[in-house]
Design a protein around this ligand. Structure first.
Ligand code: DGT
Ligand code: CA
Ligand code: CA
Ligand code: ZN
Length: 585
């Protein structure tokens, strides 16, 4: 988890950036600077006080003298006076709305000025009663966009992202694990199934009955606990500080562990199917065990495996427990060997300081070599159309390729592969020349504009470019902020399979793109998938597990994921596509 102070400062600087955005184009550069430092602090592994004590704040990217002063001020006084001053200048409650798609600074300024609106509630009311649609420059289209944005935002607030839920549940489980009275502990529910969004967190514990009280007490006394919703002998629920999420704790006996874990992992639909099947066989199954209906004798329950076995199945991985036909495979002992994080041989997308990443190529390479077992990484900086992200032209890419060659020489292996994340332009053509693309080891093509139209044709033309190896974050969604654009995925995947173009599973927590369903569809249509982090900082590299979980929920094996193979195979995949096109022309 990120140190608390860093995260507080990151939120404040993000909020200052929003205020400067709101104040208008004169403050554009300040807004950008604060956005950057907010992002940097979020991905800084070390506590900010370490930098203060060592007098090294200026070594943090984006931290100049002014910002360093503010950091020190906050750490010593708990406040930033400039921030307090800025808050007074704007309708502060509206600032968080700038993060929602459909709400730009200009619109918000006009709404505030002309309708005297100061809060989110007033704003929503004005949208619903039509007063906003009547404002100058606000058509029905625009108001519809705002409503769509609000809906997405609300949905994201109701459920938390898998990444956050995992951090939270692991830190709580970590605390509880210190109690020696606990025999077994596991995070169950949708987190164990690795669903992309999580309603509440379910933690399951087994222990001797006499120890329950102590465990419940420890749970409701956690530092993170804000209030206790429910406290019983075998269960308790709390709400945690920060974002009001609910955590359920269940305590069971040691010999009930398997039955309880199965029950509380779900999904509900998976459980219901199991229960009806058990009934057909003359058994009753619940969270305490499996029983013979005839004499009510308990015949299983200690492990999940023995329960599945009794019902005629092999053990089913939690990610597959969604009642999508997993039993049919399990009864024939044909559950696929799902891809695992250890199968990955490299990360296929990341950005360096050459475009909008925070680190130099050297830093990325040495950090990965030290902390990950990869054989290669692919550097995919942005192309020139991405002006705000420091996109590069052909010459700059050639310069970068030389640099990569030099670094690889020093490393004494071809660890860093040359690549690009090239923009797919409005007409489906690419932002870089084929000449340049042909010189790269790997080309990922992505859409970064034109989200409001059907993008099927654009994606298909990108697949038909002989040098495009992969489509990056194919649907373009940003969870809670932007819906995926319209596209005919069956048609796109068909072309991808025919042309030998891979589809990316992008592991950024707010992207998770492709998601589980589309990854499954792609796999079924014979499309090769890649898993990548799209890292913009060193800490982003850890997102890779999210991508692996999406792939597992899509029932992918290592063979379905290109970067479980060594570079030779990856390279062959790219060259095969080029051959296909040169031979057919
Ligand atoms: P969530 O929290 O909305 O992300 O989804 P889950 O799957 O974690 O659901 P939750 O927290 O309501 O319940 C945890 C597990 O408990 C669920 O996956 C299956 C089990 N469960 C809950 N309610 C029922 C039920 O009515 N019938 C059955 N068979 N199982 C249930
Ligand atoms: Ca849950
Ligand atoms: Ca629950
Ligand atoms: Zn991108």
């Amino acid at each position: 988890m990120i140190p608390e102070l860093n995260s507080e400062l990151s939120v404040i600087f993000g909020s200052m950036a929003a205020i400067y955005d709101y104040l208008g184009s004169n403050e554009r550069f300040r807004a950008l600077a604060y956005k950057k430092v907010s992002r940097v602090l979020k991905s800084l592994n070390e506590d900010i006080t370490v930098f203060i004590n060592n007098n090294t704040l200026d070594e943090i990217p984006g931290v100049g003298e002014g910002i360093a002063d503010k950091i020190r001020e906050y750490v010593s006084t708990g406040k930033i006076s400039k921030y307090e001053e800025l808050k007074e200048k704007v309708p502060f409650e509206l600032m968080e709305m700038l993060n929602i798609s459909g709400f730009g600074p200009e619109s918000l300024r006009q709404i505030h000025k002309e309708l005297n609106i100061n809060t989110k509630e007033e704003l929503i009311k004005a949208i619903n009663n039509g007063s906003i649609a009547r404002l100058r420059n606000f058509g029905i289209r625009k108001v519809e966009n705002m409503m769509r944005g609000l809906k997405l935002h609300k949905k994201a607030e109701e459920r938390m992202s898998l990444w956050l839920a995992l951090q939270l549940s692991e830190s709580i489980a970590g605390e509880l694990k210190k109690l020696k009275e606990i025999t077994q502990i596991e995070v169950a529910g949708s987190i164990r199934r690795k669903k992309e969004s999580i309603g509440d967190i379910d933690i399951l514990v087994s222990c001797k009955p006499e120890n329950r009280r102590k465990i419940i007490k420890a749970f409701i006394s956690l530092k993170i606990c804000k209030n206790v919703l429910l406290k019983g002998d075998t269960k308790a629920s709390i709400i945690v500080k920060h974002d009001d999420r609910q955590i359920d704790l269940r305590i069971v006996e040691e010999n009930e562990w398997g039955a309880a874990l199965l029950y509380f992992t779900g999904s509900k639909e998976h459980n219901i199917f199991l229960r009806s099947l058990a009934k057909e066989k003359g058994y009753k199954i619940n969270e305490y065990g499996v029983f013979n209906v005839k004499d009510n004798k308990r015949i299983a329950g200690k492990t999940e495996t023995e329960i599945y076995k009794l019902l005629g199945f092999q053990w089913i991985p939690p990610e597959m427990r969604e009642d999508k036909g997993e039993y049919k495979l399990a009864e024939k002992n044909k559950i696929p060997k799902l891809v695992e994080i250890d199968n990955l041989k490299g990360d296929m997308q990341m950005h360096s300081r050459w475009s909008d990443g925070l680190n130099s190529i050297e830093e990325l390479a040495s950090f990965v070599m030290k902390n990950y077992p990869y054989e290669y990484i692919v550097l995919t900086d942005h192309s020139k159309a991405e002006r705000v992200a420091g996109g590069m032209d052909e010459n700059k890419f050639r310069e970068q390729n030389k640099k990569i060659k030099a670094i690889n020489l020093k490393l004494e292996k071809e660890f860093i592969k040359t690549g690009a994340e090239v923009d797919i332009l409005a007409d489906g053509s690419l932002d870089l020349s084929n000449d340049l693309l042909s010189e790269l080891d790997w080309v990922c093509a992505s859409i970064h504009s034109g989200f409001n139209k059907d993008n099927t044709e654009r994606l298909i033309s990108a697949c038909r470019n002989p040098y495009v190896c992969c489509i990056g974050h194919p649907t373009g969604r940003l969870i809670g902020k932007r819906e995926e654009y319209k596209a005919d995925w069956k048609r796109i995947f068909k072309v991808a399979a025919e042309t030998g173009t891979a589809m990316e599973i992008n592991s950024q927590p707010d992207r998770m793109d492709l998601n589980d369903e589309l990854s499954e569809l792609a796999r079924q249509q014979g499309v090769m998938l890649t898993i990548s982090t799209d890292s913009h900082s060193l800490s982003d590299l850890a997102f890779i597990s999210l991508g692996v979980w999406i792939a597992r929920r899509a029932w992918c094996t290592a063979a379905d994921i290109l970067n479980t193979a060594g570079w030779e195979t990856v390279r062959k995949f790219a060259l095969k596509k080029r051959d296909l096109f040169t031979n057919s022309n």
